[in-house]
Design a protein around this ligand. Structure first.
Ligand SMILES: *Cc1c(COP(=O)(O)O)cnc(C)c1O
Length: 512
């Protein structure tokens, strides 16, 4: 069989049909005996038509999935500069411990006496998270950053209701530079979002917040360092003002990698903050999961933390569904959270130690500033300082396309051209407050020669723009198995289901 490859490349880059297109209903990789005289107990619920599973032999199945896996770009293949995502190396030691059978092969409904080691690990992780953040309590169960935001906002809601102000305090202040999950969470939790404009220096200003405070304000959701890669220097003053006005301070902790071991959010007046274990603490992510978003809570919010709680009694640990003297707002998921991520994150913490975690933040910031210094002469860095002045960033480099756009090349074209150079692109068009944003997060796990290689490629592309080779960018990517896709159509009219007789989604895109 010959496949049409969209790149025209017929080397080893095979276009991969769907498994349903290659398999046959009658094929199989196993040889099981016919069931003998099993009575059908399903009544009218028994399936009438064939199951229509793709039947393939074991080698065909292996090859299909291995080929797919090889079409994936991963941190294990090269630098993954996606801003705001902290795509750092996932140490293999984490994987070793996560597979220990006492952590990997247990069931959440097992008797507590048989899972004491797992509970101790969760308790130890909680202790590290509280110590690092300077916060008294943590809910481990949220399964992602956005889920952690939900946890924090529901704790705020419960605290307001306990004060009798649940109906009056509905407004939540959210800076315009926020990650989209922040306003989405506030609305999903029943609040009304009031946007605060980011000033021209990429930061939120005390005066803008002060003017918005009032008796109907439930709180504020801020990210620090913010999504422009800048530390918000007035955060303590802002927290004080919000508290004086009777509100709570939610901090989006997705950028914690920039400050872990150096800044304790508890000292800044934070009431709730999620920590993306899959970003800061090196548990693998991408492709939608799994993640873990433990949420640290201040003294004011701790009583409302969701169940279950880990309680230590003598030598034993227990998961409690109710603790005397607390007013848990409910629960975040059926069981206790992502055990595999807990194990990986604690392994990472223990192998780095407190001083090593501090160095993580320092090196992440150093790497970003090195890239900023190399790229600034070739691209516009809206907050990076003019001319020779270097205004430091935190762990992310924010560039925009204002210097290349007049020559006909936009952020999306740069991103596609990077694909042809063998790199996963940076984050495009986010944060929204910067037009044509290119957000680059190298992380601390890239050595200098990798940073240089990436910078050289970016600079060579900038020079290509200057030389007027716009066509190169508009055609890109030419070497990827898929050329430019219709992103808007894919988002607006997603094809979620394959039916027999359909052309495979891949084949369809390729044909267009
Ligand atoms: C990643 C991220 C989130 C959401 O975290 P998920 O784990 O993807 O749900 C929220 N805010 C910021 C700034 C982020 O970078």
């Amino acid at each position: 069989m010959t496949y049409n490859t969209t790149s025209g490349n017929r080397g080893l880059l095979q276009a991969e049909p769907l498994i349903f297109e290659t398999g046959h209903a009658t094929g199989t990789g196993v040889d099981l005996p016919e069931p003998i005289n099993t009575p059908n107990k399903l009544g009218g619920l028994a399936r009438k038509a064939a199951l229509d599973l793709p039947g393939l032999s074991e080698p065909e199945t292996m090859r299909h999935f291995v080929r797919l896996s090889q079409r994936n770009y991963a941190i294990d293949l090269g630098l993954f500069p996606l801003g705001s995502c902290t795509m750092k190396h996932n140490p293999r030691l984490n994987e070793r411990t996560a597979r220990f059978e006492g952590f990997a092969d247990i069931h959440p409904l097992q008797p507590m006496a048989t899972i004491q080691g797992a509970l101790e690990l969760m308790d130890e992780l909680a202790h590290w998270l509280c110590t690092l953040t300077g916060m008294p309590a943590v809910a481990l169960s949220p399964k992602a950053g956005a889920h952690g935001e939900m946890c924090g906002m529901l704790a705020i809601k419960a605290a307001l209701e306990a004060r009798g102000e649940g109906k009056t305090r509905k407004r939540v202040l959210v800076p315009s530079s926020a990650h989209g999950t922040n306003p989405a969470t506030a609305v999903a939790a029943g609040f009304i979002v009031d946007e605060i404009e980011a000033r021209s220096d990429g930061r939120v200003h005390v005066a803008d917040i002060a003017s918005k405070l009032g008796p109907d304000v439930a709180g504020i959701m801020m990210t620090n360092p913010n999504t422009c890669g800048l530390f918000e220097p007035d955060i303590k003053r802002i927290a004080d003002l919000v508290h004086e006005a009777g509100g709570y301070f939610y901090c989006d902790g997705a950028n914690y990698n920039a400050i872990v071991g150096r800044v304790r959010p508890g000292d800044l007046g934070v009431d709730a903050m999620h920590i993306n274990l899959h970003k800061t603490f090196s548990t693998p992510h991408g492709g939608g999961g799994p993640g873990a978003g433990p949420t640290v809570l201040s003294t004011a919010l701790a009583p409302f933390a969701p169940v279950p709680h880990i309680v230590v009694r003598g030598e034993k640990r227990e998961l409690r569904e109710h603790t005397e003297g607390t007013q848990a707002f409910g629960r975040m998921c059926a069981f206790h959270g992502q055990m595999g991520m807990f194990t990986r994150a604690l392994t990472y913490m223990l192998s780095h130690g407190g001083d090593g975690l501090r160095q993580v933040a320092e090196d992440a910031v150093l790497n970003a500033n090195y890239l900023l210094a190399r790229l600034k002469p070739h691209f516009n860095a809206p907050f990076g300082g003019q001319g020779n002045e270097h205004r430091p960033c935190m762990h992310e480099v924010l560039l925009d396309d204002s210097s290349i756009k007049p020559k006909g090349v936009e952020t999306i074209d740069m991103a596609k051209a990077l694909l042809d150079e063998g790199y996963h692109p940076f984050t495009t068009y986010f944060p929204l407050v910067v037009h044509g944003a290119m957000l680059i997060e190298p992380t601390e796990t890239e050595p200098k020669r990798e940073l240089d290689r990436f910078a050289d490629v970016m600079i060579a592309l900038a020079e290509r723009v200057n030389a007027g080779d716009v066509a190169h960018f508009k055609q890109a990517p030419t070497l990827a198995p898929m050329r430019r896709l219709d992103d808007t159509r894919a988002a607006r009219q997603p094809k979620l289901r394959w039916r027999r007789g359909d052309n495979g989604a891949g084949a369809q895109v390729a044909a267009e």
